[in-house]
Design a protein around this ligand. Structure first.
Ligand SMILES: [Ca+2]
Ligand SMILES: [Ca+2]
Ligand SMILES: [Ca+2]
Length: 508
């Protein structure tokens, strides 16, 4: 869909590209520019947005009395006269939220660039959102776009869940490598007071974490190399509020990403491999395609995930945030999964019902804990072994166990694909200061945020500072899916494997 506008006395041709995104029924369309102000060099990017199974809860009087909700991270890319796609710097005010919605400006990074906004419900409720004529204010003057430029716009949305500020437990007392208190395998409470975090037996953490431990103060950061003085006040400890992607990155999201970067960047990040249900990607730059938009994207490691995070204005999560996002305010359960119990669905071949076009379902008894593991071939659908559609276990009006949902409604944190994130297990990982991506990768397709885990060795395809959590479809041993299992938590692996996925987050 293309529009040509004539605004004011200056002819401005605005070729607007409408890009519906299908990430579990999230649709952004009817994109247009409006309300241009030549004196301030601002213009509204208008769009309609809808998605299903949205919610906003009021607190129940516990520590998590702040609301919990799902949201969409909305950001936009532009290009002038068919040049490279660049990131739209938004204004910090002047957005228009339709009735029933909120548009929230996020915290900004050290460069003070506003890379996107969060859109979510303005009141308690559950169901579909359908908001027309949302407007976000683009400060095109800051981006050095001329008033008479020929501009194309693409608007993107990523479903996320809000994780409020509050105390939480690290460790489950028994999983391999679990975080623990000093003296025993007892889970450790992260609060706004300092506490020493250690880990149990593991082969990948450094001697500091396994030995004396690391001082963690929820709202004040960590002591990177010991147990006495906070030296990294910006380390994302999980105590402070953040948003976490509701799903692992999908094939559709990866296609959209690779079609909106340069060809040389895409040559580093686009990867064809037919192993384990990944052979549904095709096409060529900048017209990459997938026949399975909503399938979780495999063959992603920390290097790929950080590139996506930088481009989207997000950041990697830490393994502390991972446990907070799963467990919430609840007490730790020995060998617990993302849904808060230690039972898991049986490792048997699952049946996919329907064509895998985003409407398919799973017909399997998952009442004891829904997740994908066990290395079994599917019956029905496309068959084979590998990842499923994002959120396929989600069921309304049931408990967390049968949906596999975390305390905050986040999906596939146990099973599906391994997720790369920042580790507490070595110095590089502990140097992570939680900086956000600025929308712009390096020319050669890497994230270029200096404090991110793995950044220093990025150019050599390294991954020091990162590790894996949450297990994957490949494992027959369900212990890998436990949320405190840390055997690979400091195992930086640069090569994107068949069972590797990624999700990003953003500080509130
Ligand atoms: Ca404190
Ligand atoms: Ca996962
Ligand atoms: Ca960057």
């Amino acid at each position: 869909m293309k529009y040509i506008y004539q605004l004011g006395i200056v002819l401005i041709y605005l070729l607007i590209l409408s890009l519906p995104l299908s990430a579990n029924n999230l649709v952004l369309d009817n994109t247009a520019l409006s309300d241009i102000d030549y004196s301030t060099h601002m213009v509204n990017i208008k769009y309609d947005i809808s998605w299903e199974n949205s919610w906003r809860n009021n607190g129940d009087g516990t520590e998590f009395s702040a609301d919990n909700w799902d949201a969409v991270w909305v950001f936009a890319k532009y290009r002038v006269s068919g040049g490279d796609w660049l990131h739209c710097t938004l204004a910090t005010d002047g957005h228009t939220a339709p009735a029933g919605s909120v548009i929230e400006n996020p915290s900004t990074g050290s460069d003070n660039r506003q890379t996107g906004v969060f859109v979510y419900r303005n009141a308690t409720g559950f169901g579909s959102n359908n908001w027309d004529n949302c407007k976000i204010r683009w400060n095109y003057g800051t981006d050095n776009v001329a008033d008479d430029a020929d501009v194309e716009i693409r608007v993107f949305g990523i479903e996320m869940c809000f994780v409020p500020e509050g105390d939480f437990y690290l460790g489950d007392g028994i999983s391999s490598g679990t975080f623990r208190q000093t003296g025993s395998n007892v889970p450790v409470l992260i609060s706004d007071a300092p506490v020493v975090v250690k880990c149990s037996n593991t082969v990948n953490d450094d001697s500091q974490l396994e030995g004396d431990g690391i001082l963690v103060d929820g709202d004040d950061g960590i002591d990177e190399d010991g147990t006495t003085t906070i030296s990294n006040p910006d380390y994302p400890t999980g105590y402070k509020a953040f948003y976490c992607m509701k799903y692992e990155i999908t094939q559709g999201q990866w296609v959209d990403f690779c079609n909106t970067i340069t060809s040389s960047q895409a040559s580093k990040l686009w990867y064809l491999n037919d192993t384990d249900r990944h052979g549904t990607l095709g096409g060529s730059y900048p017209y990459y395609t997938t026949t399975r938009q909503d399938r979780n994207k495999s063959f992603l490691g920390i290097v790929n995930g950080m590139a996506y995070s930088d481009w989207a204005g997000l950041r990697p999560m830490t393994e502390l945030e991972f446990e907070k996002a799963c467990r919430g305010s609840q007490s730790a359960v020995a060998r617990e999964y993302a849904w808060g119990t230690n039972t898991v669905c049986p490792s048997v071949p699952m049946t996919i019902v329907g064509t895998e076009n985003g409407t398919e379902t799973i017909s399997t008894d998952v009442s004891n804990g829904a997740c994908l593991y066990g290395n079994n071939s599917f019956i029905g659908g496309d068959g084979g072994i590998g990842p499923l559609r994002a959120g396929i276990f989600a069921r309304s009006a049931t408990d967390r166990k049968s949906s596999g949902a975390t305390y905050f409604g986040i999906m596939e944190m146990s099973g599906s694909l391994w997720e790369s994130m920042g580790t507490l297990g070595n110095a590089t990982g502990r140097g992570f200061a939680g900086s956000h991506g600025d929308g712009i990768m390096s020319a050669d397709g890497y994230a270029n945020i200096s404090d991110w885990p793995g950044y220093i060795s990025n150019k050599n395809s390294g991954a020091t500072g990162s590790g894996f959590r949450g297990g994957a479809y490949y494992f027959q041993d369900a212990n890998y899916e436990c949320i405190s299992h840390r055997v690979h938590a400091a195992y930086g692996e640069p090569v994107p494997y068949y069972d590797g996925g990624f999700r990003a987050c953003r500080s509130k």
